[in-house]
Design a binder for this molecule. Sequence first.
Ligand SMILES: NC(=O)c1ncn([C@@H]2O[C@H](COP(=O)(O)O)[C@@H](O)[C@H]2O)c1NC=O
Length: 535
Amino acid sequence: MATIKRALISVSDKSGILELAQALTKLNVEILSTGGTAKLFRDNQIPVIEVSDYTGFTEMLDGRVKTLHPKVHGGILGRRDLPEHVAAMKEANIPNIDMVVVNLYPFEATVAKPNCTLEDAIENIDIGGPAMVRSAAKNWKDVAVLTDASQYANVVSELKSTGGALAEATTFALSVAAFNRVSQYDAAISNYLSAIDYAASMANNQPVTHQFPAQSNTNFVKVQDLRYGENPHQQAAFYRDLYPAPGSLVTAQQLQGKELSFNNIADGDAAWEAVKSFDTTACVIVKHANPCGVALGATALDAYSKAFQTDPSSAFGGIIAFNTTVDKAAAEVVSKQFVEVLIAPDYTAEALAIFAAKANVRVLKIALPTGGATAWEQGRNSHESKRVGSGILIQTADNHEISQSDLKIISKKQATPQQMADMLFAWRVAKYVKSNAIVFCGNEMTLGVGAGQMSRIDSTKIAIIKAQNAGLSLQNSVVASDAFFPFRDGIDALAEAGASCVIHPGGSMRDEEVIAAADEHGLVMVVTGIRHFRH
Ligand SMILES: NC(=O)c1ncn([C@@H]2O[C@H](COP(=O)(O)O)[C@@H](O)[C@H]2O)c1NC=O
């Protein structure tokens, strides 16, 4: 148990601090505070002793030195259970400080401002705050450390219920949170400074940053432990970014169903990222990280019915995502198939009642991002990463958007507006299919998806087989390929299957041969100049 008799409060973000200080005062806790915090307390008739009066050392150097004093750090760090410490503190006239409430200079918010100067950034590096946080966190058996306003209410309620003490489990948890906060803070400083191009910054008289800093520090926060990983013999947990993008999978609210598994989360992300990329009502069904059915529709039911038709056998046990509210009509039909996970921005009450009868189905609700200037505000990661050996590959995310004006028709045959629209739909789907990706589409739905093959011709053949298996005609279909066709064989195969248009990046050594094949077959061929490999 840590008995709280004296608290040092020094906060930049003053939200909730008056309520905390009032509660501490009622519990007879003596409060020490730094300049701005002490003034706020005095203005609100809360008894407070200024740290400078307490130490006898006036704050100096524009606040750079306020609490860096043995009477502060000795009071926090001295062990109450060691007679030598107790004697040394008595000898030096250093009383115990049992609680430290500190939040730090707003470094992260400062550097996020568009015109932040290097000088502003440096001035917002807190030194005394983290030092006190670390001292208190190290001495957690005797000292409580609060670093975030969200912790105040629980601490106050425990203090009230015990008459002024906190359990070791509480002070340990606070200590862990404090070290985590300091590590996040230092990571933010290190990331910012590591990205500065010093020479360019000096030449331009403002900070110029590299896309990829000399050191990359990331903080992930655990969302939940998972029963197992990709396979049952692997252990796993799910972590989120410190500041998750709005509308990303980690912001999901699970409304019902079994616990999410590792593969559910990975596949759920693939389905959600794909479906939310469409502006009109869409449904995406994913199996093993690949869409096995994607469609647009007038309603959720219409989109689902079309998406399901692409590959009913693969859709069994799939992850189904909508970018629109799931209503009764859609729920009635969806609930007839075996579904692992359902994702949508919302559900009607009637739809939820239908799924409630299927207790195992995991139903996730994710608010669609409302938009903004940055990729993050639009709900997208700005960067992607992939572990390799003892390294990590980091790249900017594949957030490329194409519009009709970016497309170039390179065949003799021209496209109708409907074919153009179908090709743009197919191209969007192909972006979410693992390479080599070949996607046949028509009538705003996928007709056959060939994914993840080592050769493009095999993906083409698989897509054709998929359509045949589902009984879907490929006559007059459009085809998207995530990368160029290296040989004409793919073009021959898709033309023979009945396709009328093909969209791909172009740029192969044998483009001439490929274009000639398209013209021979009377195909429309459109190039994007952009590739969408996905591994
Ligand atoms: N230098 C010091 O000794 C020091 N001690 C506390 N601080 C910070 O000063 C801020 C509070 O200042 P004030 O109470 O004056 O508003 C807190 O964010 C705290 O982390 C310090 N500031 C920066 O390093």
